[in-house]
Design a protein around this ligand. Structure first.
Ligand code: PLP
Length: 410
């Protein structure tokens, strides 16, 4: 594979201090990247450098530190704009993460657009954060939440999606890449169809932003949300992209400093975009460090990242299929590097504990997709998820530890 020769995974691993440690006396094998990715030194150093050299509140200060901090903060907005292919920098709104982004959308344009008897469409594979905010909105508005079904491979039933769409559909909110199955959904197709009935489209990009090329403008998305901590960046910072025309017509989410134009005793006017949606002192340090995580990704390139991770996914899938007692959950044709599986006769939690003893970090449980687990007749799965710094040797270590663990648990 061309890109495999070009990228030097050893050099990439060197940039991640956390990877170089032993857990229970074994070299750490970190395969829980869908939960959160590890951070390169450049991200950690950016955090420290801000607090050491530039710490100041932003936008309102005229002193040097405030100007430096503001400049660095706003530079991240430009990096994000390019990263997701947005047309305008003011379409990039900083949030705490994917969850806050979806709640913001539901509580603003959701409340504006959805009326009694209307319908909101989500898929059967949504994370709770793209399910519960819509359930809350549907209850409040006496609207109906409809579920786009999936097939046994964990792919969306596109025909069913089309038949669910109607003039009652006001919002279609779908995950780009499923955290529980790995499935990559046909976002452009969904968006085009949803727009034909006048619905707005929200895309949960929590699992896609680090793996796939994103182009919100070309794909004509209305909203795209993701979390910094899943793209090698810090926790507590995320992005909500919103199309400018929609952001202009939406009411603000939170009230307070920064989001206002003028405040009188009898009311207020809102600030211009993007500040209308960024009330209060933001998470300055983590926003500044987020730019470093984007630079880290850009330096390697999404194409090379995808090639490496696809190789790992294919290799891991082959290794797991060697086990007669293992069943893969999520076998879509188009997947990001996530391997969910169950082991016949073995509880996922017991397996997770034994793998941890071998230094291997995977995730077990319902992955915040309880309705999906219910739909698949499962209580949970074991999930190994891969990032750019993972290697085939680590998958070999997983295979070996699985062999030993299954023997002990059966
Ligand atoms: N959506 C998906 C697909 C996710 O995988 C996650 C996190 O696991 C979320 C949403 C929520 O992200 P956060 O907890 O960073 O807000």
């Amino acid at each position: 594979m061309q890109q495999m020769e070009v990228i030097d995974i050893k050099a990439i691993r060197e940039q991640f201090p956390v990877l170089h440690q032993q857990v229970h006396g074994k070299p750490l094998v970190y395969l829980d990247n869908a939960a959160t990715t590890q951070k390169p030194a450049s991200v950690i150093e950016a955090l420290v450098a801000y607090y050491k050299n530039d710490n100041a509140n932003i936008h309102r200060g005229i002193h040097t530190l405030a100007e430096r901090a503001t400049m660095a903060f706003e530079t991240t907005r430009d990096e994000v704009r390019q990263f997701i292919g947005a047309r305008h920098r003011e379409e990039v709104i900083f949030t705490r993460g994917t969850t806050e982004g979806i709640n913001l959308i539901a509580a603003t344009i959701g409340k504006q657009r959805v009326r009694k008897g209307d319908e909101i469409l989500v898929s059967a594979m949504e994370h709770h954060s793209n399910m519960v905010p819509w359930q809350m909105l549907a209850t409040e508005k006496e609207a109906t939440l409809k579920i786009i079904p999936i097939n046994e491979a964990g792919e969306l039933d596109i025909q069913a999606f089309h038949s669910l769409l109607s003039e009652k559909t006001k919002i279609v909110s779908v995950v780009h890449a499923s955290n529980a199955l790995g499935t990559v959904n046909p976002i452009q197709h969904i968006t085009e169809a949803a727009h034909q009935v006048g619905a707005i489209v929200v895309v949960d990009g929590a699992q896609s932003a680090s793996h796939l090329d994103i182009n919100v403008e070309e794909w004509k998305l209305d909203f795209f949300v993701f979390s910094g901590h899943k793209i090698y960046g810090p926790t507590g910072i995320g992005v909500m992209y919103g199309r400018k025309e929609l952001l202009l017509e939406m009411p603000p989410y939170m009230g307070g400093g920064e989001m206002i134009g003028e405040v009188r005793y009898d009311g207020f006017t809102t600030n211009e975009l993007p500040y209308k949606f960024e009330a209060g002192t933001p998470n300055i340090a983590d926003t500044i460090a987020l730019a470093e995580s984007i630079r880290f990704i850009n330096k390697i390139g999404k194409e090379s990242i995808r090639a490496h991770e696809d190789d790992l996914l294919q290799y891991a899938t082959e290794r797991l299929l060697q086990f007669p007692e293992i069943k893969l959950i999520g076998t879509a044709k188009n997947k990001v590097s996530i391997c969910s599986f169950i082991v016949e006769g073995v509880h996922h939690q017991d397996l997770g504990i034994l793998l941890d003893q071998a230094g291997i970090a995977i995730r077990t449980g319902h992955h915040c997709t309880m309705p999906l687990m219910h739909r698949m007749g499962l209580k949970g799965t074991s999930r190994a998820s891969f990032a750019i710094y993972n290697t085939r040797e680590e998958i070999d270590a997983l295979e070996l530890a699985l062999k030993k663990s299954i023997k002990m648990l059966k």
